[in-house]
Design a protein. Structure first.
Length: 346
């Protein structure tokens, strides 16, 4: 297939691009290269004859139309989004413009292209979203595809709105869509503003390892390369109009994650003292969801997909990658917001 991937220079998007090229697909990578994107994320496949790059903003509808006309993709994988909860607290406007208006533009550009090409049955618009649209769980229970939406941050609210737009374009215009909602991703090429890369890099720098509140917030952790494989599985085999929740089957508290990373670093890159001594608890962010957990029964039972790595294995792979790729993350240290506490606005 020729796949148009939006946000393909970002963390998850670049994993999708690399995985899809490895599986023999052709890729058109559409990315505006905002602060969290890095073209080096796809350097390993940039010379492939099956790869093309378009620096385009999804808020620019005429530019999107031009990309569809030029490349005539078979399917779309829409990952481009503002995604950092802390940044959404400080500046929600960018999340509204990109995640809602940008998704609207993508849907309309895709619909126009699909209609102009006799509405092929094989066309798909795959919208990639997050489990955060479902809100927060208590100590028990899991999110299913029928869990009511209850977003608690500007980020999750903007993603919930984009999900609703995609479903509406399916119901109203018959645009062929599939949707996925994933749990917390981690792994190589993760921009250093999220928990896992922040902890790894702060530990190596001898800086405090900041944990919100008491560290009891629980997430289901999904290795990014497993996620990329799941997304291609849904694109290729998912039922039209269907939503699939993708989880790593790895629940852990934030404090557990930090302690696991510290123990891995103690073994692989020992310092003068145990890294856990750098752990610092900081004031919680507003609207911080207590717990997310995914019920992955649908994607497992219908499509036969399960994650391939355990949390311990995935974190060790991730630490190994950051230790081996210092030039990549060093180049990002001066970007806006890296290494700073965001999301304190109340």
């Amino acid at each position: 297939m020729k796949i148009l991937v939006t946000g393909g220079a970002g963390f998850i998007g670049s994993a999708v691009v690399r995985h899809a090229i490895a599986k023999g697909h052709s890729i058109v990578n559409l990315d505006s290269l905002t602060y969290a994107a890095c073209i080096d994320n796809v350097a390993s496949i940039s010379g492939s004859p099956n790869y093309a790059f378009e620096q385009v903003d999804i808020r620019d509808r005429p530019a999107l139309d031009a990309v569809f006309s030029t490349h005539a993709p078979d399917v779309v994988m829409h990952l481009a989004a503002e995604s950092h909860v802390d940044r959404s607290i400080d500046g929600p406007g960018a999340f509204i413009e990109t995640n809602i208006t940008g998704t609207y533009n993508m849907l309309e550009a895709a619909r126009a292209f699909w209609a102009a090409n006799a509405r092929p049955d094989s066309f798909r618009f795959h919208h990639i979203s997050t489990d955060e649209v479902y809100g927060s769980l208590g100590e028990t229970g899991q999110f299913t595809e029928s869990t009511p939406y209850a977003p608690n941050s500007p980020y999750s609210a903007s993603k919930a709105a984009s999900d609703h737009l995609v479903r509406a374009w399916y119901e109203t215009y018959n645009l062929p869509i599939v949707m996925t909602n994933c749990s917390n991703n981690y792994g190589p090429f993760h921009f250093p503003e999220k928990l896992v890369p922040v902890i790894i890099l702060n530990a190596l720098a001898g800086k405090p390892l900041p944990i919100y509140g008491n560290g009891a917030n629980v997430r289901d952790w999904l290795y990014v390369e497993d996620h990329a494989d799941a997304l291609l599985t849904v694109l290729e085999n998912g039922a039209l109009g269907r939503t699939y929740n993708i989880g790593g089957e790895n629940e852990a508290t934030n404090l557990d994650i930090v302690k696991m990373i510290c123990a891995i670093l103690d073994k692989k890159h020992p310092g003068t003292a145990p890294y856990a001594e750098q752990i610092t608890f900081v004031a919680d962010r507003p609207g911080h969801d207590l717990r997310y957990a995914i019920d992955p029964s649908r994607i497992r039972d219908e499509l036969g997909w399960r994650p391939s790595v355990t949390l311990q294995q995935g974190l060790e792979k991730t630490v190994d990658w950051y230790l081996a790729n210092e030039p990549w993350w060093r180049a990002l240290q001066s970007r806006d917001g890296v290494g700073k506490r965001l999301g304190k606005t109340v």
